[in-house]
Design a protein around this ligand. Structure first.
Ligand SMILES: C[S@@+](CC[C@H](N)C(=O)[O-])C[C@H]1O[C@@H](n2cnc3c(N)ncnc32)[C@H](O)[C@@H]1O
Length: 218
């Protein structure tokens, strides 16, 4: 049996996948994709990056087309691919935190959804892992998208997460590396799942420093 594809949103960007993910080849790794469509990118990842026997690809889509079913069944590495049928906002909440080496965001192209996907996916990515957005510059006038396009969400994400990320590439796609999990915060206003409490001695010394600057001016 051979693969059956009617679309190709992927091949033009293969050079980026090879450039940033090449080191994962033949090493155990875990990859995650939002937006399976007909399976082209998931199958490429399994054939070219997740080549180690212990590697795996999770791929999520709101629909399961006949072509996707056929293409996944045709892949000799079918057992390494898990297809999750459902909307990313629901599925991502069920996946393990800080466990993926790479995540690819190519699902809904509405800005609020892209932003939500990015925030979720960042939590699922291990420190040092890589994250990519497709269609940063996509602006097809045939698609009415009153809430904004991917670029608005990606720019907002990059701004908010600038301290925790390193941008590797910005063009038709955006690629970045996760540098650190949540920035530690003092207090319980801004607690996240990766929050680590600041030890008491450190908090006390921070308060003393604030008091010294306030009272003595240095
Ligand atoms: C551009 S296609 C993905 C292409 C694929 N990554 C490739 O390169 O071959 C976008 C896919 O995202 C799916 N999608 C849209 N909104 C989604 C959502 N909220 N959750 C999961 N998938 C979604 C669509 O059904 C569609 O199949």
């Amino acid at each position: 049996m051979s693969y059956d594809f009617s679309d190709n949103w992927f091949s033009a960007n293969v050079w980026l996948f090879e450039r940033f993910l090449g080191d994962l080849r033949d090493r155990p790794c875990r990859l995650l994709e939002i937006g399976s469509s007909e399976g082209r990118s998931a199958i490429w990842l399994i054939d070219n990056i997740a080549t180690h026997a212990a590697s795996a690809v999770d791929t999520i889509d709101v629909t399961e087309s006949e072509r996707l079913r056929h293409n996944l069944a045709t892949s000799p590495s079918r057992s390494k691919i898990t297809f999750h049928l459902g909307s990313s906002d629901v599925v991502l909440r069920k996946l393990p935190l800080e466990s993926y080496d790479f995540t690819y965001i190519d699902g809904s192209h509405a800005a609020p959804n892209v932003l939500e996907d990015a925030i979720h996916v960042f939590r699922l990515l291990r420190v040092g892992g890589i994250m990519a957005f497709d269609d940063y510059l996509w602006d097809d006038p045939n698609y009415h998208n009153y809430e904004g396009r991917p670029k608005a969400a990606i720019d907002a994400f990059l701004r908010i997460y600038s301290r925790r990320t390193e941008v590797l590439h910005r063009g038709a796609q955006v690629w970045l590396r996760k540098k650190s999990p949540a920035v530690p915060v003092d207090g319980n206003f801004m607690v996240s799942s990766t929050y680590r409490p600041i030890p008491l001695w450190k908090r006390a010394s921070q308060r003393l420093r604030v008091a010294r600057v306030t009272i003595l001016g240095y």
